[in-house]
Design a protein around this ligand. Structure first.
Ligand code: FRU
Length: 706
């Protein structure tokens, strides 16, 4: 009898076991696959999160989703699935956007008739772009052939629809708010993050008040990395963290830990792809350098930073400081978003006595001024913020000494037209719009520089994020271009560069850092900064031009240097014995001779001069480069994620983002069509900036350990 009952129970358990889910669409591809697109609202393929001018979209799974904000709310269209058979009791999906039945909706059609429909949650200003789980019970339709149709025929506010992760399942998905309470006893909260998890908002409250809010792909699985939140200011306080989770399922909140150091700090700089002498953030994403300023003996590098994710988002000002532009120490986040969605976008900083003044874009307010009296460690907003309200972003603050006033050059949009607006102020609080120039995009830069180092011949240089520059005159109010735009960056790993304010006059250099736009797959951080360069303006046969050259402080990293002279080069790439290594700084002078093509292959990456057309090329990038009296000069910095080329003394600057293979260590030379000669070659092997340093307070590490 007992056995029969048990058999029955087991049989029932087997029959009642839910079948595996069937994914209908996750919208992770480059296009919509077999779905049919009509109209313009859906673009040609899934969106990667938020579209231009849209509030931050969250709650979707992975990288892609359907987002009909393509072209703004005014665009319309439909997206229709191929037919499929209904085989499970529920259809679960993520949905967000407008709440206009029949106009912004996801429909299920059987025999051409709408049998189920759902909209997003919004039909009034404000609201949220977060996608939420919805389910349709479809037991009555089992075995029927159906089609899904995503509709956007609304053109006003919230005239768009967002959809993701449509799945057939025997279980309904629903969400609920989860909260965890803890007493802060350590400096950090560590959050397990994994790409591809649902992006969810996390709120941190102290004694009931909201102090931090961000989005993260939290996981219960093996995390890609642990993001850290500095909670040292809340020691001893009761803190609650909350997030939305799927009902009935454990949430990742339970896995958040308190730690005295950032979790897995022991692996820092031992990670396989970690650049060893370029700044990268310990965790998370970086883009533009911000607030570059020399103040009280320190170079400050603030930067666009997502501390909680591998991709762009949650914009904060990260912070690192250095006494030599080479060894950076990452410090706590300098500026946090005031509230969720009011991101801290790019800007600049200037030193004023014992204060650092920052100007940044608050996406919710406008151009803001903030002050730090503790060497950039913390900032307080000026109470009159925002100081400038216009359509645009990325204020660059400079002092115009002849006029005894401040200048803010800021990216400015008027309708479709893009430019730089110049504002002036004597007190940093009240700003007057003075002028505008057309034809520049985000991240403007303006500085004065002596031509050929001659202080009597000064020029002004203006550029924006791509670095294409104009040379001209500036009277403190308006810039008058005299020539340009010219290019000096020819690489694929350069954007949104900025130069330092307040370099001491005795030094006098114009030092620049650019965002090194390079992905580091599988690593706990993403992107990097290019190696700092000194910019000079020099007379050439084409007129005055900018030159870029690595700052001399790199010499402190040289572990050994070897030199060669007079090496004949002909034929395929041949290693130069003893010239290889992992981290390299090399300089070569090459006599092109009778060769039509000549170059170096550095750790597997060819750098090639095509002599007849005067072109230097590397990794698909190309720049004009003429031999000078039959010779070219190459300087090349090699790190794990980049090959930065400075040709003919810096006339051509080609930063290349490339992941070098560990096993490629050789420096080789090649020539085709004739014979060339390496007149001189100097190769320095470089140390990691994480090698023991007397002053950086960092532990030595052994490279190669897991
Ligand atoms: C440039 C940029 C800026 C903006 C920032 C946001 O890369 O788009 O215009 O301030 O990034 O992270």
């Amino acid at each position: 009898m007992k056995t029969a009952a048990l058999t029955l129970v087991l049989a029932c358990a087997a029959a009642c076991q839910p079948h595996p889910d069937i994914r209908i669409a996750d919208f992770e591809g480059a296009d919509y696959g077999a779905w049919t697109v009509e109209g313009t609202a859906f673009g040609t393929g899934p969106a990667h999160g938020t579209l231009p001018n849209q509030m931050p979209v969250s709650g979707f799974v992975g990288e892609g989703l359907v987002n009909s904000y393509f072209g703004g709310d005014g665009s319309t269209g439909t997206l229709t699935s191929p037919p499929f058979t209904i085989e499970r009791r529920f259809i679960n999906f993520l949905i967000g956007g407008g709440r206009y039945p029949g106009e912004t909706c996801l429909d299920l059609l059987v025999d051409g008739r709408v049998v189920r429909t759902a909209t997003g949650p919004n039909n009034r200003p404000g609201g949220s772009e977060r996608l939420v789980w919805r389910s349709w019970a479809v037991s009555d339709l089992l075995g029927r052939e159906a089609v899904l149709r995503i509709v956007d025929s609304a053109t006003g506010g919230w005239g768009h629809i967002n959809v993701d992760e449509i799945t057939q399942s025997d279980e309904r998905v629903a969400e609920e708010l989860r909260t965890r309470e803890l007493t802060i006893g350590k400096g950090y909260l560590s959050f397990p993050v994994k790409r591809g998890e649902v992006m969810r908002k996390v709120t941190v409250r102290v004694e009931g008040g909201r102090v931090r809010e961000f989005e993260a792909e939290l996981t219960r699985d093996t995390p890609d990395f642990w993001a850290f939140l500095d909670v040292s200011a809340y020691r001893g306080s009761r803190v609650t963290i909350s997030t939305i989770a799927v009902k009935g399922k454990p949430s990742a909140l339970e896995l958040v830990t308190q730690d005295d150091e950032i979790k897995r700090a022991e692996n820092l700089y031992r990670e396989k792809l970690r650049p060893q002498f370029h700044f990268t953030s310990r965790r998370g994403w970086n883009n533009d350098p911000n607030g570059l300023v020399f103040h009280d003996g320190e170079y400050h590098l603030f930067y666009q930073h997502n501390p909680y994710g591998w991709s762009w988002g949650n914009m904060h000002w990260g912070h690192a400081a250095s006494s030599d532009l080479v060894h950076w120490r990452e410090l706590p986040v300098a500026i946090y978003p005031r509230e969720f969605g009011d991101w801290v976008f790019s800007g600049s900083a200037a030193s004023l006595g014992d204060t650092i003044v920052a100007a940044y874009t608050s996406t919710g307010r406008g151009e803001c001024i903030a002050f730090s009296t503790d060497r950039g460690r913390t900032f307080a907003d000026y109470e009159g913020d925002p100081v400038v309200v216009h359509q645009g972003r990325d204020p660059k603050l400079i002092r115009y000494e002849p006029g005894q006033h401040w200048v803010m050059a800021v990216y400015d949009e008027i309708g479709e037209s893009r430019g730089i607006a110049f504002y002036t102020s004597t007190d940093l609080k009240t700003w007057e719009r003075q002028s505008r120039i057309e034809g520049y995009f985000e991240c403007p830069e303006i500085f004065e520089i002596a031509l050929d180092g001659d202080p009597a011949r000064r020029r002004w240089v203006v550029y924006s994020a791509d670095g294409a520059y104009s040379i001209g005159a500036f009277d403190g109010r308006a810039f008058t271009p005299e020539s340009g735009k010219h290019r000096y960056n020819w690489g694929n790993c350069f954007y949104a560069s900025q130069t330092f304010n307040n370099i001491p006059p005795a030094d006098g250099r114009r030092i620049q850092i650019a965002w090194g736009t390079r992905e580091f797959p599988g690593m706990p951080w993403n992107q990097m900064m290019d190696f700092p360069v000194e910019l000079t303006l020099r007379t050439t046969d084409e007129g005055p031009r900018l030159f870029a050259w690595p700052v001399r402080e790199i010499e402190s990293l040289r572990a050994s240097t070897e030199e060669w002279t007079d090496l004949p080069v002909a034929g395929d790439a041949v290693p130069i014995p003893g010239a290889g290594g992992e981290l390299l700084d090399l300089e070569a002078e090459i006599d092109v001779g009778t060769a039509t093509e000549v170059g170096l292959r550095v750790r597997g990456v060819p750098i090639t001069l095509s002599a007849p057309d005067g072109k230097l090329s590397c990794s698909g990038c190309e720049a004009p480069l003429e031999a000078e009296t039959g010779r070219i000069r190459l300087r090349v910095l090699v790190d794990r994620g980049s090959v930065e080329i400075y040709a003919n003394g810096g006339r051509v600057y080609m930063p290349i983002g490339v992941l070098l293979r560990d096993e490629d260590r050789a420096v080789e030379a090649f020539a085709a069509g004739g014979e060339a000669r390496i007149v001189s070659l100097r190769v320095s092997r470089l140390r990691s900036i994480r090698s023991p340093q007397p002053d950086n307070g960092l532990k030595p590490i052994v490279y190669g350990e897991p």
